[in-house]
Design a protein around this ligand. Sequence first.
Ligand SMILES: CCCCCCC[C@H](O)CC(=O)SCCNC(=O)CCNC(=O)[C@H](O)C(C)(C)COP(=O)([O-])OP(=O)([O-])OC[C@H]1O[C@@H](n2cnc3c(N)ncnc32)[C@H](O)[C@@H]1OP(=O)([O-])[O-]
Ligand SMILES: NC(=O)c1ccc[n+]([C@@H]2O[C@H](COP(=O)([O-])OP(=O)(O)OC[C@H]3O[C@@H](n4cnc5c(N)ncnc54)[C@H](O)[C@@H]3O)[C@@H](O)[C@H]2O)c1
Length: 695
Amino acid sequence: MVDYSVHGQVAVLEVNNPPVNAFSHNVRVGLDRSIDKAIKDTNVKAIVICGKGRTFPAGADIREFDQPHKEPSLTLVFEKLEKTTKPVVAAIHGTCLGGGLECALFCHYRIAQKTARVGFPEVQIGILPGAAGTQRLPRLTGLHVAMDMITSGRHIFAPEALKYGIIDEMFTGDVINAGIKFAKSVMNKPLEDRCLMNKTVKDADQADQIADEFMSLVKRKYKGFEAPIDCVKAVKASATLPYREGLKMESRLMQKLLLSGQSAAQRYAFFSERAVSRWKMPGGNFQTAKPLPIKSTAVIGAGTMGTGIAVCLLNAGYQVYLLEQNQKFLENGVKTIRGIIEGSVRLGKTPMAVAQKAATLLKPTMKYEDLADVDLVIEAVYENLSLKREIFSKLDKLCKPTTLLCSNTSSLDIDRIGTATKRGDKVAGMHFFAPAYYMRLLENIYSTQTSPTTAATIMDVGRKIGKVSVLVKSCQGFLANRMRGPFAVEAYFLLEEGSTPQEVDSVMENLGMPMGPFKTGDLSGLDIGYKIQTELAKSKGVELSVDSKFLMGERISTLTRTMYDNGRLGRKTGKGWYRYEKPGGKLATPDEEEILERLMYSCINEGFKILEEGVAATPEDIDISWIYGFSWPKYLGGPMYYANRIGLDKIYQRICYYHENFPYSSHWIPSRLLLKLSENKVPMSQWCSGTDSKL
Ligand SMILES: CCCCCCC[C@H](O)CC(=O)SCCNC(=O)CCNC(=O)[C@H](O)C(C)(C)COP(=O)([O-])OP(=O)([O-])OC[C@H]1O[C@@H](n2cnc3c(N)ncnc32)[C@H](O)[C@@H]1OP(=O)([O-])[O-]
Ligand SMILES: NC(=O)c1ccc[n+]([C@@H]2O[C@H](COP(=O)([O-])OP(=O)(O)OC[C@H]3O[C@@H](n4cnc5c(N)ncnc54)[C@H](O)[C@@H]3O)[C@@H](O)[C@H]2O)c1
């Protein structure tokens, strides 16, 4: 777990725990023994700590957080480093994160490869740097930088770390050689000045002011999350309390956070995000299918979605043909794309070089013939099946045989689009979420014809453009919108029964969602819901009117149609739900619990049906879709995790209650899987892919 070697007078302690050299219990034991050995060896005059393989330790082992703590603790091991009279050098490459950075902060010196990153990402899993990180980083950088790094969890590259004094020097080339060389250069220098616990925080006199500033920032920016608040308190203590007292404060806050439900949920989300990349579908999976190389792409439709998708592809270095039917729309689309990229450069999110390259990669066109040689097409025209089929048929005849043809449709069956071509195996859905350049979820959809190679390729493209990609089977609405369907429908029914959009929104916002369903509707455009409903009715041979209350025996709401007819399309027309006159309700305003249950339990029921039918392979696929597609608060772990926390039997009973009261809404028909799991009290570790059991 720790490889020990001596090179002349320098002992090298190489942490060897792939893939990320996390400080698991056996690594702590190994490191402890190796430190003792190096201290005892009189021939050894300096010590180098580094990581084997791809990285310096990336932190504590997150999987161990729910297990009983086993000695030695990280702090106990690290303290030996600072106490020794032999200089200790952390030689950093890859990602030096969390406990890894804390280890480096106990060393007397830190050097890093230019491409290395350092950071304290603990806040993202609902905790704080609990091995003295909150007390030691401010002693190096001052409060401001430490507050920023610890409350945001952002990683910084070596040049920035050098600027703040976190590292002493940058190097290129081999880590061990660089470590030994540096260790030799500091071998006989005094160490008192290099021990952080002896230092004071340079801007301690402004502690109140800086802490107040960050407290109001984190309360606004990370509304509902507990960890950022405790991070501010712990970092402030580094300036207001003696070192040992500060450590006690850090430890108290850490224990509180570790026991909180939020941290467990955020850790579940961390592992789920990785689990969804291990996709599977009939005939193949992430291990058996290999992605095809994709260089050039095309986006059809330069509207809201097409422009956002083009930005994602351009930023990742793909060539993009942007095809429109209308010259004016094409020009506007190009302007929008430039505007988004320029804005991102101004915010420091996109490097100038990437923006300049993107400008050369964009090829606006009105000619389908230009698309003949591209490797991947993503269609984003109006939500209309016959239009999409016509376009796919045209592309099939025109594009080279290997081109993959994908649709960004929000709801249409991919099989029905694929049958318009003779290459159903190369047709799939790539469903982005608005705004496409910002939202991290990409829902990739396979039809009965799609090949695993096509799935592997679009999952790979998703990864390369920085999305969290989930693979699902095609069905009406796919995973995300199908499950979100009852959520939106129940919200409309509540309105018809007397609630206001503000009331409904505020219940969901209090739960932790950044926006309630009506504000989200205003943002996406209310015409989309209307068009989806009309298309669905048409596919069943029914013409809807404003007075329609049922579709095929199912209760429906045509409120979006009323909005559409009145030109209230949401933000884009300047009026939507938030300037809507409340219809006179017949029923009393439902209480908050009912709003929450009707919106969430209806979706959760649908989620279990989605699992039952194999549309999603695991609950993690569903939870990740909500976290990255609908900004579900990570600290609640996703709706399926949330359901498990509430108790499946309670959820099942309430679903039965609503089913009895709303017999015309099939989304209340209880899921058989939910019944089975709740009756047999099956723990989540047995119905998920294993993420829950890691906690
Ligand atoms: C009792 C009180 C004691 C308190 C002491 C507190 C000490 C400290 O303050 C707390 C911490 O350090 S908290 C920690 C602070 N550090 C962090 O939060 C860093 C979290 N990690 C990352 O950000 C990314 O993994 C990297 C950027 C390191 C690599 O990215 P990449 O190259 O895209 O690779 P990838 O696909 O992401 O991961 C590959 C595999 O490794 C797995 N794994 C990864 N880290 C793990 C960990 N720490 N642990 C376990 N496993 C970890 C990951 O799950 C995956 O395996 P899976 O089977 O597929 O699931
Ligand atoms: N807006 C959203 O929130 C959202 C989210 C996910 C998916 N979607 C889906 O994305 C697709 C596009 O939605 P949008 O909101 O971007 O629509 P939009 O109306 O903003 O843009 C559609 C664009 O397609 C162009 N177009 C129409 N027919 C064309 C043709 N034959 N050739 C070339 N261009 C043509 C139009 O001129 C228009 O500019 C729809 O299928 C929609 O369901 C939308």
